[in-house]
Write a protein that binds this ligand. Structure first.
Ligand code: DMJ
Length: 623
């Protein structure tokens, strides 16, 4: 309808004639509208309503009958002029109707878990179709339905004092993060004194260790603005197509572990994609005659080698033995069994070897498959291997019996050969050098209090109580190693000989680099006992960190904890954000935040969900 015919309706030069004219025009206009609406309706019905199009196809569109039938699956049936075709159409409709009834009946008879399976399959089908690439994501990953495991975020503690302390720890994280962001964004770590980036050679040319290591802590502390900025950086800048040699272990625990946790907490596909991409880059490290991986790998050439200082070219127990958790998840998320097969092969090699006194030496030659020097430690070089045996069992929903046996057997050997009590009554874990004990315990070994507590309830025989006591004693010894310093922060290693107990005697063992292990043990002990002393000890550490390590530009390690004026090492380690602050925060959180029943921490404190069998998962949901 042209616009000018409407004008008189509003303009009023002569009221009467204008209204007569406009009435006629309006009437015409309305009639036209109704008519065109009717025509549109008819066409719509013909083209879009399946049933009516079927019925009308014979009336209006004789020539398009074949096309219509093709769409409705009635090829060659009900063609006009073909005798008996209407009966065929009706028979087909009846058949479809009966089929639908049967399907509905079938659905009604299904159990809820079966219905759920059907829904999942349907969803998967739709997602595959929408991907349009034969079910592959852009990174060639299969579609996986994301379900956030329980306890990814928590709630404020009810006790106002605890709530305040927890808030304080979040502020510490903010200080560490903001300064990294301001002065070192994209570098691996921050130099808090010189206020610039620090590039660790552990990561070759990979950048952003602090960002990836901190992702899950930011999420857990609900620092979502910071988490989003970190995610954005990962999306745009995290690049593994770089030259340079990396430590397979460090890259695995910090980058693969960090990305996996970020994926499980947030559900963001970018983290799954990056984790699998990096995992694939690490696979050439396993190309050795035994399958025991190299310690170092050039990501570009795929050439590996071992640390030149490691006993006759050996690989190191804590390094090749700390891949299991991440690699099992990589297989799960990529549906590529390679990752799992690689780590199961390591276990096979270890199981075939004789163990001196049941102990696992720190060095193993990847070419010959024989032990190197018979040095044993629950601290550096050995530590997380034992941790991963226990956690492999826990993460498998307690189905990996082989890992369980290996863990409890190893712990028994450690107890018999390495755990000692000082004359002052402090329990410590010594180191074993070819049969001789060195009465020294590393800060790193302090994680063992938490590990032993975590495994105590599954201990064979009647050992649960005994292992809990042992864990508590180790926690106390490690606390003493902090208390006996000027700064109330623990040294790298402390000794129980030459008339001292829990004190470092060598200059090169007096440093503190913001390590988490002692606090990690407090967190586990708190969860299992709720003895307030563990929170008190954790709070002592917070105060010491604030007083001695906090600087304008972040947090720094200290060269000598026995000197009351700190000398800074000028490094804010990425594990300070990944582990130390996370464990502190969880120490002051309720137990349902990252509950142990659903999550297992990798050795860099990145929480990974327990892998349930499909059956258990369904049962849990039906309950
Ligand atoms: C972390 O990278 C991990 O905890 C590792 O297992 C040992 N060392 C550091 C922290 O001290």
């Amino acid at each position: 309808m042209p616009v000018p015919t409407l004008l008189p309706f509003t303009a009023t030069p002569s009221r009467k004639s204008a209204s007569q004219t406009s009435f006629r025009l309006t009437e015409k206009f309305i009639l036209l509208l109704v008519f065109s609406g009717f025509i549109t309706l008819c066409f719509g019905a013909i083209f879009f309503l399946p049933d009516s199009s079927k019925l009308l196809s014979g009336v209006f569109f004789h020539s398009s009958a074949v096309e219509t039938n093709t769409r409705t699956g009635l090829d060659g049936v009900g063609e006009p002029g073909v005798p008996g075709s209407e009966e065929k159409v009706l028979a087909k409709i009846k058949k479809d109707h009966e089929k639908a009834l049967l399907e509905a009946k079938d659905t009604l008879q299904k159990r809820p878990d079966e219905i759920k399976q059907d829904i999942l399959k349907e969803k998967e089908k739709v997602a595959k179709e929408s991907l349009g690439q034969g079910g592959k994501t852009t990174n060639d990953l299969p579609y996986i339905e994301y379900r956030r495991p329980q306890g990814a975020t928590g709630h404020e503690p009810l006790d106002p004092v605890i709530k305040e302390k927890r808030g304080k720890i979040k502020q510490m994280m903010k200080h560490a993060w903001d300064n990294y962001r301001r002065y070192a964004w994209g570098s691996n770590e921050l130099r808090p004194v010189s206020k610039q980036g620090h590039s660790s050679n552990l990561f070759g040319s990979i950048k952003g260790a602090t960002i990836v290591d901190a992702l899950d802590t930011l999420y857990i502390m609900e620092m979502f603005e910071e988490f989003d900025a970190a995610t954005d950086w990962v999306e745009k800048n995290l690049d593994f197509n770089v030259n340079g040699e990396v430590s397979v272990f460090e890259v695995n625990i910090r980058f693969v572990g960090g990305l996996l946790s970020a994926y499980y907490l947030s559900g963001k596909e970018v983290f799954r994609r990056k984790a699998v991409e990096l995992g694939e880059k690490l696979l050439p490290a396993f190309k050795t005659p035994t399958g025991i991986p190299w310690a170092l790998l050039n990501l570009k050439s795929g050439i590996g080698r071992n640390w030149p200082w490691a006993s006759g070219g050996s690989s190191i127990l804590a390094e090749y033995g700390t891949l299991h958790l991440e690699f099992m998840h990589l297989s799960k998320l990529s549906e590529n069994p390679d990752f799992a097969q690689k780590v199961m092969k390591i276990r096979k090699v270890l199981n075939r070897l004789d163990k001196p006194h049941g102990l696992y030496p720190n060095y193993l030659n990847p070419n010959s498959g024989q032990w190197g020097q018979h040095y044993v430690s629950v601290g550096g070089m050995g530590d997380s291997f034992y941790e991963y045996l226990l956690k492999a069992w826990l993460m498998s929903d307690r189905t990996d019996e082989e890992a369980k046996k290996m863990y409890y057997d190893a712990l028994q050997a450690i107890e018999t050969n390495l755990i000692r009590k000082s004359s002052g009554g402090l329990t410590y874990i010594a180191e074993w050098k070819g049969g001789l004990l060195e009465h020294k315990m590393g800060h790193l070994a302090c994680f063992a209090g938490g590990m032993i507590a975590l495994g105590a309830d599954g201990a064979p025989g009647d050992k649960t109580g005994h292992q809990m006591e042992q864990a508590a004693e180790i926690a106390r010894t490690c606390h003493e190693s902090y208390s006996r310093t000027a700064l109330k922060l623990g040294p790298e290693a402390f000794r129980f000989d030459g008339g001292v107990e829990a004190i470092a005697t060598r200059q090169n063992e007096k440093y503190f680099i913001l390590r988490p292990e002692v606090i990690e043990t407090y967190m586990y002990m708190w969860r299992f006992t709720h003895d307030p002393k563990y929170r008190d000890w954790g709070w002592e550490a917070v105060q010491a960190l604030e007083e001695h390590c906090k600087l304008d530009g972040g947090y720094s390690g200290i060269r000598d904890v026995y000197v009351s004026t700190p000398n800074y090492d000028d490094v804010q380690q990425s594990f300070f954000l990944a582990e130390t602050l996370k464990y502190l925060y969880l120490l002051f959180s309720d137990d349902d935040h990252i509950p142990f029943h659903h999550w297992v921490f990798n050795t860099e404190a990145h929480p990974l969900p327990v892998i349930r069998s499909q059956q258990t998962e369904q049962n849990n949901e039906v309950e």
